[in-house]
Design a protein around this ligand. Sequence first.
Ligand code: VG1
Ligand code: CO
Length: 543
Amino acid sequence: MNVKEIATTPFDDQNPGTSGLRKRVSVFAQPNYVENYLQAIFDSLEDFAGATLVVGGDGRFYNDVVIQKTIRMAAANGFGRVIVGRGGLLSTPGASHLIRHYKAFGGLVLSASHNPGGPEGDFGIKYNVANGGPAPEKNTNAVYALSQKMSRYLTVEADDVDLSVLGKSTVAGMVVEIIDPVSDYAALMQTLFDFDAIRALFASGFRMQFDAMHAVTGPYAKAIIEGLLGAPEGTVINGVPLPDFGGGHPDPNLVYAKDLYDLLMRDDGPDFGAASDGDGDRNLIVGHKRFVTPSDSLAILAANAHLAPGYKNGIAGIARSMPTSAAADRVAEAMGIEMHETPTGWKFFGNLLDAGRVTICGEESAGTGSDHVREKDGLWAVLLWLNILAVRQQSVDAIVRDHWAKYGRNYYTRHDYDEVDAEQANGLVAALRQKLADLPGQVIEGYKVTYADDFAYHDPVDGSSSAHQGIRIGFEDGSRIVVRLSGTGTVGATLRLYLERYEAPDGDHDQETQAALQPLIEIVEKLAEVRRWTGRDAPSVIT
Ligand code: VG1
Ligand code: CO
């Protein structure tokens, strides 16, 4: 093999955040930028000669360019085989499954998830390890350190591989295998869910709308929901992945999936609505006249998972990210199983899943998943909901209300302030941190503070620690305020405020969410002084 060693300059950039490196396409398109990052990843790995690497992305602009670079560099660095999804497409959970299924050394997932795509949009690169999950912090820190002192990268001279044709070819001696992105994933889903029961549900006239947002889940949802499960054609909309996601923002929330939400709120709307994000790891669940918050969805899925064949023996435990509401905690308590609170980002669930301590995990940001892969999985959540609906023969609204009547309701909202000046955002957090020690015991607007800290996580499996994961302020009645800065934004800083209030099983479950949380919205303004620090009157996005 004719390996070329090409001189380059250090990769002068910040430490990749919550999920790999995310930047504007214009940043990735700088000379040697992608090469430096990929080489830093490869240099951080050991003993992979001849091993398999899984590569694919959400189909956004620049996906194909980076895949061709990756293939040449993987060959030069000594991989034996690269598995690529046809058209360069792989959803994040799909890639996670392939890494596990084909016992690959790892994988590269090319996506900026829910961030907009296109020449003016964002791109991203994330490395996943052999268990199928995002590289843990010790690996990402090592990649970052190496990226700061790059002096060369390795590549080979070779033509582009035709990504549209299934089958095997070789690049400088390395096997390149183009596979159907959907089939292995669809087979896995059939081992977990009762496809016959869901098929019967659709056959009975149950109506659903799935919005793939012109992102990667289109082909998956069409093959599984309309194909295997027999839902009528047209159930999946925006099902063709486009490099710019059709100009949309592939974030399945109440702002960017508003059309779907509005449809479900109509008297004649369908029974069930769902959407997924750019790379297919998030999910939005809306029943007829009932939006399900991701935190509630996690709790409800955990409480009902045993209704699906893949979980019929029950679940070992639940994990949720720290800002996610405590709704799932009540389910774990009632079931007498382990409950874990981890920092934001899926990488923190990996050890717990590998150790068999938890089966279901979730985040307030519309991510839910289980031990079937090591990423959150949008379609998996949708299929589990469908399986539960098929067995219980109740509406989404009835299931949600039953849940609240049994466990109580955690009113929950997240307020995001996008593209805030980074200095102002850091100033706000630093000032709030200063106040924490004095808060416990204080009564603010009638709410008594029981604890206030900067969340630090101690991984019970490998003993590692992660500090400064967000500010938590807890109140006597179970209410909570969380303040943290995003690790996935690409412009300035994104400030996130998370507010939660608990209402007992026999309490009032019919309040409007923002109204129910108004006292906490006022308390967080008082403590964090968001208006003063950011100059903003209102959040950019409320979910
Ligand atoms: C956000 C979410 C977090 C999620 C992460 C990646 O991170 O809050 O829960 O794990 O995105 O999701 P942050 O640091 O911006 O709050 V995905 O679907 O964009 O890979
Ligand atoms: Co995503």
